[in-house]
Design a binder for this molecule. Structure first.
Ligand code: FAD
Length: 695
């Protein structure tokens, strides 16, 4: 670690919601000196976000947390669409899979945010002791920042601590939010219907007198402090949220329902003829979440009467929509209400020293289950970049790709939410001549089309030093894209012909997972399980039939040159504590930390015709004087004893006669697709040359 003093940290995270905790997890895995503060106690917590999208589960799985969520959560498999019939009575008129089959080994599932936050805390704790000796990271509750300044003259100095932050320590009473009802948890204090309470907290602490303050210096600060973000405001008036609020107010109720409505354990979209819309989300522990449009409290032109909102009002609205079915409950777990608004921050960072992530830079309706997922997605994108820059592995210039990549996703999210919310909140069309009503065919089609986006699997980052591909058309409108394009760095883009070598591994998208069989041990693995979030880049060599001498030579020459070139020159750093969440914790210390570039071979020869140590270059079985050869780098696209054939070459779109090389970033997104020959090897060198701090 750097020789920093106690009041210096590499990264200060403000806010321990989903975005802050995801960032903290990355930085704990990479052994970066980090502090994370949150203004709240952990006393009031139930409800809030609950939907885990496919990509989020894959990400959590790469940290070893996915299985815990998957096991406890309710899996959402089917969605039902209910609409009024010709007599105005609601009727099921369609069912569909909640996620498109075949997208991933996961499907969407539901578990409340509090459980997920507990899993994060456990995973962070499991990162220690870290080989770097960095002290364990813990959430410091009841602490909030009161001032922030950046010394711009030091912003480009890699070793400087240019951000100064003052932190105030609160008492439990000052940090506990007020609840509307004494006997039931609500989330109104976090809703956009409530104002920010930071000022009130500070006033209370000042009135008490003698409040404890400390000043710290940080290399980087990340504001993960939610929709009212103090950090965003501290960056100045130029940092604003752009977009609009709507007249739609929605109530949310988590209850154990007593009902004869037959689809209560399905995700349901119910449009009534004249009482508004209801969404049902079946949850863990017999709970069901109801999202209900509240026409009673909207007074028009974005105004509403907040005092009218109670759990009874929300429940009665739901009852009317679901009638003639009966609905009652004994147990209510949590409730809240919010106003739908769609807004994106105009800047996601200042001098690439202070960053904003999550709700601090995008807010929208919760109904498509995106906020927590996209917020964690921001932090997942930023975490490894900040970590590897702090550890002098990666060039600081790469940090600008955070705004490039995540602002694009936020804009796509808002465009999607705009369309989806209006379709969901609108009045159903009476017939085809009713032009102001929403056609139910249009609604279910939009829902089906949205799968790629809502699942998180459709993320497709623009070209940059990290994504080598030609410029192309994006999902968001051209005019919105101009600003993003002008931000882009001049980057090498590899030719279409090499992209065709792995047609389902598109640079900028997530590397998909297929089953392969371990050359040694014959165990079938999802390839994702060989890419834990440990900060390492992965070079997948699709070597084809390596039992053929010519093909084996190609694969071995590629490895030899890579080893003599980019692997030798790459910076050395101790990254993760050596815990591979899928192969068990590595309890033995290695003699040398493994290279930051991990090379894996997937061939399609007959397994028994290949001997790893005899036939393959040592890059595919690196040696450590304490642990011996690593037999965990070579895999076969072939038949397994118990789990069939994964057809990985077909899945990745690789022709076994040609083979391919796919470079994957530490966050699992494809950076480069190229060939196995000399030209391909040079492309790989060039790609890493633009990213790492080479010797
Ligand atoms: P937050 O969760 O808001 O966390 C911010 C943290 O920062 C908090 O802990 C707060 O105490 C702390 N903080 C704030 N200000 C300060 C300060 N000045 N100093 C120190 N700490 C501070 N999303 C989904 O993906 N799926 C869903 O199913 C879903 N359902 C939802 C249902 C409801 C009813 C609501 C209201 C939201 C839902 N969302 C959902 C959205 C989701 O909750 C948010 O998008 C997500 O929590 C954002 O995460 P975050 O970490 O950016 O911010």
């Amino acid at each position: 670690m750097s020789g920093s003093s106690d009041s210096e940290v590499d990264v200060l995270i403000v806010g321990a919601g989903p975005a802050g905790l995801m960032l903290a997890l990355w930085l704990s895995r990479l052994g970066v000196k980090t502090r994370i503060v949150d203004k709240r106690t952990d006393k009031v917590f139930s409800g809030q976000a609950d939907g885990f999208q496919i990509r989020t589960l894959e990400i959590l799985d790469s940290f070893g947390v996915g299985e815990r969520v998957w096991k406890e959560a309710n899996h959402m498999i089917e969605v039902s669409f209910w609409n009024p019939d010709e007599n105005g009575t609601i009727k099921r008129n369609n069912t569909a899979p909640d996620n498109m089959p075949g997208m991933s080994r996961f499907t969407e599932c539901v578990l409340h945010q509090g459980r997920m936050e507990a899993f994060f805390m456990d995973a962070i704790a499991a990162s220690y002791p870290h080989p770097t000796g960095v002290p364990p990271l813990k959430v410091e509750r009841m602490v909030l920042p009161t001032s922030l300044s950046i010394d711009e003259s030091k912003a480009d100095d890699d070793d400087a601590y240019p951000v100064t932050v003052t932190l105030r320590h609160l008492t439990e009473e000052e940090a506990t939010p007020t609840q509307k009802l004494s006997n039931l948890s609500d989330g109104l204090f976090r809703s956009n219907l409530a104002g920010d309470d930071v000022e009130a907290m500070l006033q209370k602490s000042e009135a008490r007198g003698g409040a404890r303050e400390e000043t710290i210096k940080a290399k980087y600060v990340v504001g993960c402090d939610g929709a009212h973000s103090w950090t965003r405001k501290a960056l100045g008036p130029d940092y604003e949220m752009q977009g609009e609020m709507t007249d739609y107010i929605w109530g949310v109720l988590d209850i154990v329902p007593i009902t004869d409505f037959p689809d209560v354990r399905n995700r349901c979209m119910i449009h009534s003829a004249s009482n508004g819309s209801l969404m049902i989300i079946p949850r863990e522990n017999k709970l069901v979440r109801l999202y209900i449009q509240l026409s009673e409290v909207s007074t028009g032109q974005g105004r509403f009467d907040r005092s009218k909102i109670t759990p009874e009002l929300i429940f009665n609205a739901a009852r009317k929509i679901i009638s003639p079915y009966k609905l009652d409950y004994h147990y209510c777990d949590w409730w809240t209400a919010y106003q739908i608004g769609q807004r994106v921050g105009n800047h996601f960072s200042k001098h690439d020293r202070v960053f904003l992530a999550g709700d601090a830079v995008h807010t929208h309706s919760p109904k498509a289950g995106q906020g927590m997922n996209v917020s964690m997605g921001d932090a997942y994108n930023l975490g490894w970049k900040l970590g590897l820059v702090c550890k002098n592995v990666m060039q600081r210039s790469i940090l600008s790709t955070y705004e490039l990549e995540r602002k694009q996703i936020a804009k796509e999210l808002i465009a999607f939410d705009h369309k989806f919310s209006r379709l969901f909140s609108g009045r159903p069309a009476k017939d085809i001549l009713d032009e102001t009503g929403v056609s139910m065919e249009e609604f279910s089609k939009a829902f089906e089309m949205s799968h790629m986006f809502t699942s998180g699997v459709g993320v497709d980052y623009s070209p940059s030093a990290l994504v080598s591909k030609p410029e192309e058309q994006r999902l968001i409108p051209e005019e919105d894209d101009q600003e993003i394009k002008s931000d882009q760095q001049a980057v090498p883009s590899n030719a279409q012909s090499t992209l065709d070598l792995a047609t389902h591994c598109k640079p900028g998208t997530r590397f998909p997972s297929f089953q392969v069989v371990a050359q040694s041990g014959a165990r079938p693995w999802q390839l994702h399980h060989k890419m834990p979030s440990d900060g390492r880049f992965r070079v997948f060599v699709f070597g084809g039939d390596v039992s053929q001498a010519s093909q084996r030579d190609l694969v071995n020459t590629f490895a030899a040159e890579l080893s003599a070139g980019v692997i030798t020159k790459a910076p050395k750093a101790s990254l993760s504590p050596g815990a591979d969440p899928h192969a068990g914790t590595l309890r033995f210390k290695m003699d040398q930390p493994p290279s930051v570039i991990d090379v894996l071979l997937v061939h399609n020869a007959k397994r028994m015709e290949i001997e790893t140590l005899r036939d393959l270059h040592e890059v595919y079985h690196p040696f450590d004087s304490k642990l011996g050869w690593d037999y965990d780098k070579v895999f076969v696209d072939g038949e397994s004893y118990h789990d069939g054939h994964g057809h990985a070459y077909e899945g990745y779109g690789v022709d076994p006669q040609k083979g391919a090389v796919v470079v994957v970033r530490p966050d699992g997104y494809v950076g480069l697709v190229t060939s196995l020959d000399e030209a391909g090897r040079k492309e790989v060198e060039k790609w890493f040359g633009g990213v790492l701090r080479m010797a």
